[in-house]
Design a protein around this ligand. Structure first.
Ligand code: SAM
Length: 235
């Protein structure tokens, strides 16, 4: 089923073109094929409640691509709580130079994302099943971590920041900057600095923001804590 390629290409150009983001015909082909795969798999298990074509283009594809302009060339990137592959799949499809790892605690979702990427020839996307805070072998391995719709910012900072190198970036996909106020202690404890917020409106008018953070020093000893503690006593 074809998606509205013009809506996708023109919106990306209008919203993110000034950040150097462009879509090739090949990447649009991959995103279109991914829509079909998600809709098919969604009949078997729940990947997304957004299934109407234009809404999918706007709320999954365009929204996911919003972070692309902040990813350095040839970066290694991990997407925490990737679920049905957002933003990991669109990022991998749009940026062939970036090596993307999708991570989620639900193995079934990662099996879908990984096998679909292989089937569609998106070679720069691999998957890992597990909880971010428990994947110690992945700590300090990545240049960038992304997360969309996973948890509140203090929790997100604790589960995501151990995965990046010092000097690495965390891109938090949010609706606005309002969670920053509650995250001051987490930023301080975890040695993370808020660098920049990119705010924009999706073509539907919904507000979105990419919060860009930098890891200033190694994650201090004792973090991340076990998930029970992280949830019960957020920083
Ligand atoms: N990022 C996707 C999106 O925007 O469509 C999925 C969002 S879904 C609401 C949240 C996902 O985060 C779930 O698939 C859940 O399994 C995963 N998740 C939550 N906490 C996690 C953790 N600590 N480590 C890995 N995955 C986690």
């Amino acid at each position: 089923m074809s998606i509205n390629r013009i809506l996708l290409a023109e919106s990306v150009n209008k919203l993110f073109g000034h950040l150097g983001v462009t879509l090739s015909e090949d990447s649009i082909d991959a995103l279109e094929a991914y829509y079909d795969a998600v809709i098919e798999a969604n009949k078997e298990f729940n990947l997304t409640s957004i299934t109407a074509k234009d809404e999918f283009v706007v709320k999954h594809l365009i929204d996911s691509i919003a972070g692309v302009g902040f990813i350095p060339k040839d970066a290694s990137l991990i997407d925490v709580g990737s679920g049905g592959g957002f933003p990991s799949f669109p990022i991998a499809a749009v940026r062939e130079d970036v090596s993307v790892t999708a991570l989620d605690s639900t193995a079934k979702k990662m099996n879908f994302v990984g096998s679909t990427a292989r089937f569609l020839g998106v070679k720069n996307l691999t998957t890992v099943s597990g909880r971010a805070e428990e994947c110690k072998d992945l700590f300090s391995k990545f240049d960038v971590v992304t997360a969309r719709a996973v948890s509140a910012l203090p929790v997100l900072l604790e589960i995501c920041s151990p995965l990046i190198k010092v000097g690495g970036l965390m891109l938090a996909y949010k609706t606005d900057e309002s969670e920053l106020e509650n995250a001051k202690n987490a930023l301080d404890k975890l040695k993370i600095a808020h660098k920049h917020t990119f705010e924009f409106n999706l073509p539907t008018g919904d507000r979105r923001a990419i919060l860009v953070f930098e890891k200033m020093a190694p994650t201090p000893n004792g973090y991340p804590r076990q998930y029970g503690q992280i949830k019960k006593r957020p920083l």
